[in-house]
Ligand binder design. Structure first.
Ligand SMILES: *Cc1c(COP(=O)(O)O)cnc(C)c1O
Length: 368
């Protein structure tokens, strides 16, 4: 029986990538903002429909340095229902994450609960467009403006999405996208920050290159987080195919919805909103009591059938061992509840109809 993994990286035709990187054997310029890097940055800016953009070696460093470049202090309001990266990026900047609960309907940060968490030490809000569900950006930005807070979105799941025709990366002060191999669009590893302020962009540029201003002036304690030419070349190739890959994901999601619509105790992802152009990054379902077995049992029983789903996101980041005693997951009860019930089903562009039928049949068999 073939294994079905939760995700599978999109790759361009081998010859196309070879052709893309062949000029590197002429230039011998392999990293440090070379030709491929520049070309990719320009093409990506157009694709994402954002004013400015900076490429990084990976999404996490992009987020960490996006926060550092903002010069934040004190407390940052964020969500525990996310990948480790979001919370770690805050803590590694010596900031204190303050966890806001999520909305039952789409698992994004609940704007109605933000203001109660704001103190005189709050400097920013870092929400996550989790699973590609776009946050209530209007409410979040209204609150941020009222209290003079910065907003950085973790848009790792939202590549290429639009809200009312606007690129999702154009909201807030900055947004981070991840191009990790497992994401909708990949550069093997990679990421970017989108933003509006040119000076902020200069800070970001220095921070990803050791804080070097020029040959003789180093005036920031920077890191090394530059995207190399091989990553940029992969990005150039994958960008030619990403629309097609997203369409294939859409077809897979529609078939999942059709086959699973009447399963008792299985909650499908929220209904699509007409003002959002989706990228179909994930297919998270909730396993409620009425399903018959719990989430962990379903996870195990699918595994026995060679189907690898993921408990994404469990545990919550505020329940991680490394933060033991520092945060209280009971203060974010909806996130805690969703986290105990959620299961992300396999989803990637080349997932076949037969595979989806096999997955759905295995789910329904487990429920009996
Ligand atoms: C993948 C991911 C990141 C980190 O991106 P990398 O490119 O893997 O470093 C950050 N936040 C979320 C929500 C992610 O899913």
């Amino acid at each position: 029986m073939d294994k079905i993994l939760v995700t599978r990286s999109s790759m361009p035709p081998f010859e196309e990538y070879m052709k893309e990187i062949s000029s590197l054997w002429d230039s011998h310029w392999l990293t440090n903002m070379g030709e491929k890097h520049q070309e990719f940055e320009e093409k990506l800016k157009k694709y994402l429909e954002v004013p400015l953009l900076s490429l990084f070696s990976n999404g996490h460093m992009a987020l960490e340095l996006a926060i550092q470049a903002m010069g934040l202090k004190g407390e940052v309001i964020t969500t525990p229902f996310t990948f480790a990266s979001t919370t770690h990026a805050i803590v590694r900047n010596n900031l204190t994450p303050v966890f806001c609960d999520i909305r039952q309907e789409d698992y994004t940060m609940d704007p109605e609960k933000i203001e109660d968490l704001i103190t005189e030490n709050t400097s920013a809000i870092i929400p996550v467009h989790v699973y590609g569900h776009i946050c209530d950006v209007e409410s979040i930005e209204r609150i941020a403006a009222k209290h003079n807070l910065k907003v950085i979105y973790d848009a790792a799941h939202a590549f290429g999405e639009k809200l009312s025709g606007k690129g999702v990366g154009s909201f807030g002060d900055a947004s981070m996208f991840s191009f990790h191999a497992t994401k909708v669009f990949n550069t093997i590893e990679g990421g970017c920050v989108t933003f509006k302020d040119q000076d902020y962009g200069l800070d970001l540029y220095r921070l990803k290159n050791f804080g070097i201003r020029n040959e003789e002036v180093v005036d920031e304690v920077g890191a090394n987080a530059k995207m190399n030419e091989f990553q940029a070349a992969m990005g150039l190739c994958n960008l030619r195919y990403v629309d097609g890959e997203i369409l294939k994901r859409k077809r897979a999601v529609e078939l999942y919805r059709e086959l699973l619509s009447d399963v008792k105790g299985l909650v499908l992802p929220p209904d699509p909103r007409p003002e959002i152009t989706y990228n179909y990054a994930y297919f998270p379902v909730l396993i409620e009591k009425e399903f018959g077995i719990n989430r962990d049992s379903l996870y195990e029983s699918l595994k026995k059938e060679g189907i690898y789903s993921r408990k994404y996101f469990y545990p919550l980041t505020n329940a991680f061992d490394c933060y033991k005693g520092r945060f209280d997951p009971d203060l974010t009860p909806i996130a805690k509840d969703i986290s105990s019930k959620v299961l992300v089903l396999p989803l990637f562009a080349d997932l076949s109809d037969d595979q989806i039928r096999r997955i759905c049949a295995a789910i329904m068999k487990s429920a009996l």
